[in-house]
Design a protein around this ligand. Structure first.
Ligand SMILES: *Cc1c(COP(=O)(O)O)cnc(C)c1O
Length: 354
């Protein structure tokens, strides 16, 4: 008797691995040999399979394309020197995925499919995890509505998939940030806390406007007063004033609860800083800059880990920083990378063995 969630595996006949130079790979362009696919139909998950990576067929009336019922996650797996491979905090992404699903009126994905399916998929494509320092395998789970009816309603059918791509070191050059006071990313009661595809689509115009002004990214502020910090582009933000690291609190539902954010909070405390999760206004940042207590400003996320900010522009105030002299964010990044890549003990049980 085959259980509903048994995963059928069809291996690809050949591997693309030999044709690629894993040391020089652009982010998000080359995918591994296999992908995971599962269907939600008639109120249950079925047809869970790992199969050769290939295009999929969808109807032109696909509901996700028309109305944006689509969510995703971003996770990384690392190979240690002894050859073992580990996924970083997959259960946290799993929980967040189902929170996004609930907000978008989509079905929850069972842990056996999300985490165990991911583990099996990576096991099959393990050779794709680059064995070099600062390299990793990027994991992209996603789910989209799959009804072929253009009526505005939650779909009856959904597809959940996982694809993988090897990534090289992400040389996060310090960024120039424009404090956005007109466009908004998230409002209380909205979908800012969900990793919903549309959040990315709607951020592209404001980001491009900031690029035209010579900035790399925007700092999103709150939708009502345009004063309180939300996020740096698609990264969570930290400001270090004196011996205190401050990051916006999650209560309003306007901030994505980053797994890196949570990890960085833990590490900052371990290196002796006080961490405050609370509203922080841009005026407080400007004041700290002017009186010399503003030490470091950075963004956090799975892709770049930590991105230092070398310039912050708010109205007429252009705040510049000598990021080469910073000590806290490089130390946090080193500690985190050492845990991920197996050079430091995993005392928080963040690593999940493949
Ligand atoms: C994914 C994401 C982050 C970072 O989350 P991590 O779990 O740390 O990768 C931050 N902000 C937004 C808007 C995101 O979509």
């Amino acid at each position: 008797m085959v259980g509903a969630l048994d995963i059928s595996i069809t291996k690809s006949e050949t591997s693309k691995l030999g044709t690629l130079d894993l040391a020089n790979i652009p982010f998000g362009k080359y995918f591994t040999d296999h992908m995971l696919v599962a269907d939600y139909e008639d109120g249950e998950w079925k047809n869970v399979s790992i199969q050769p990576y290939a295009p999929i067929t969808i109807s032109p009336a696909n509901a996700a394309i028309h109305y944006g019922q689509s969510i995703f996650e971003g996770i990384k797996a690392y190979r240690h020197e002894n050859g073992e491979a580990y996924i970083f905090r997959p259960f946290d992404n799993y929980k967040r995925f189902n929170k996004s699903a609930e907000r978008m009126q989509m079905p929850a994905v069972p842990e056996e499919i999300f985490v165990e399916g991911m583990r099996k998929l990576i096991e099959l494509d393990k050779e794709w995890i680059p064995a070099k320092k600062d390299h990793s395998l990027y994991i992209r789970p996603f789910m989209f509505a799959n009804d072929d009816v253009i009526g505005v309603k939650p779909s009856d059918k959904y597809k959940f998939m996982i694809i993988l791509c090897p990534t090289g070191p992400y040389y996060a050059v310090p960024m120039k940030i424009y404090v956005e006071e007109h466009f908004v990313r998230a409002v209380p009661g909205g979908v800012g806390f969900a990793k919903a595809a549309g959040n990315y689509g709607s951020s592209m115009y404001p980001t491009n406007e900031a690029k035209k002004k010579g900035y790399d990214q925007v700092l999103w502020t709150d939708a009502v007063e345009h004063k309180y910090l939300q996020e740096f582009g698609m990264m969570n933000g930290f400001v270090i004033i004196g011996n205190t690291a401050i990051t916006p609190n999650l209560d309003e539902g306007t901030i994505l609860a980053g797994v890196t954010r949570d990890t960085v909070i833990t590490i900052l405390k371990e290196i002796g800083l006080t961490v405050e999760e609370r509203p922080i206004s841009i005026h407080e940042v400007v004041e700290a800059y002017q009186n010399g207590t503003l030490k470091e400003v950075f963004g956090t996320g799975t892709a770049a880990t930590i991105s230092m900010i070398k310039e912050l522009c708010y109205k007429d105030n252009v705040m510049t920083f000598d990021t080469d002299s910073w000590t806290i964010s490089p130390e946090v990044k080193k500690r985190l990378t050492d845990i991920r890549e197996g050079r430091a003990a995993d005392t928080h049980e963040w690593l999940y063995k493949i």
